[in-house]
Design a protein around this ligand. Structure first.
Ligand code: BEZ
Length: 215
């Protein structure tokens, strides 16, 4: 089943390197990133898990829980964790689902049979505190993901959730943002009293709103 943006994501129970979890309960009020790995003991996946572990403090700051998945048995995961530490210097500091029966992979459409019918592609699902899908990405097995980019899109999603703004191409945290089209100029005067720069009537740049001041 294809998951669309705005859908409530499927709930499941699964064994992980940090014990059995019930997904929605485990998420609680946090945001979540669920991401799949084609297979244990493969080179790209090893680098990705090390990179994600190193950035975990940044995900924590944003109230985001990381959850990896690989279609292997738990005993294999435990062995792989040692390799990840050797290869990248990072200790796995978030749970990794042991989806040996592919229940979660199938629930989330992580297996693309024309790519491989035995391993997952590199899926990323960003889930909001309302358990709805905010963003999904699909990479082939041969391309490692950029976890700084995942943090960047979470910054954008969280700004949009809190303020009536969108983010332009190549936006980075701290850059100017865009007032969403659904906010009239009249309403924008109240929300953004310091004003904005209208490059076009529909393209209104404004300084990035700061935390604690919802508009
Ligand atoms: C990897 O993780 O390195 C990988 C897995 C499957 C195909 C190609 C690369």
């Amino acid at each position: 089943m294809a998951l669309n943006l705005g859908d409530v994501v499927p709930d499941f129970e699964a064994d992980t390197t940090e014990g059995r979890i019930s997904f929605h309960k485990w998420l609680g009020d946090s945001w979540g990133v669920l991401f799949s790995h084609p297979k244990n003991f493969t080179p790209v996946c090893t680098t990705e898990l090390g990179a994600a572990a190193k950035l975990k403090p940044e995900f924590d700051k944003r109230n985001v829980k990381l959850l990896g998945l690989s279609v292997d048995a738990l005993a294999n995961h435990d062995k792989w964790v040692g390799d990840i530490k050797d290869a990248t210097g990072a200790t796995l500091n978030f749970p990794l689902i042991a989806d040996h029966d592919k229940v979660v992979a199938n629930l989330y459409g992580m297996i693309h049979p024309n790519a491989s019918d035995t391993t997952t592609v590199r899926s990323v699902f960003v889930i909001g505190p309302d358990k709805k899908l905010k963003l999904s990405l699909t990479y082939p097995a041969s391309t490692g993901r950029n976890f700084d980019e995942i943090l960047r899109v979470i910054d954008s999603l969280q700004l949009t959730a809190k303020f009536s703004v969108a983010t332009p191409a190549d936006w980075k945290n701290g850059d100017e943002v865009i007032i969403v089209p659904s906010v009239s100029d009249e309403a924008a005067k109240e929300k953004f009293p310091a004003g904005w720069n209208a490059v076009k009537p529909y393209l209104r740049y404004v300084a990035q709103p700061t935390a604690g001041k919802p508009s």
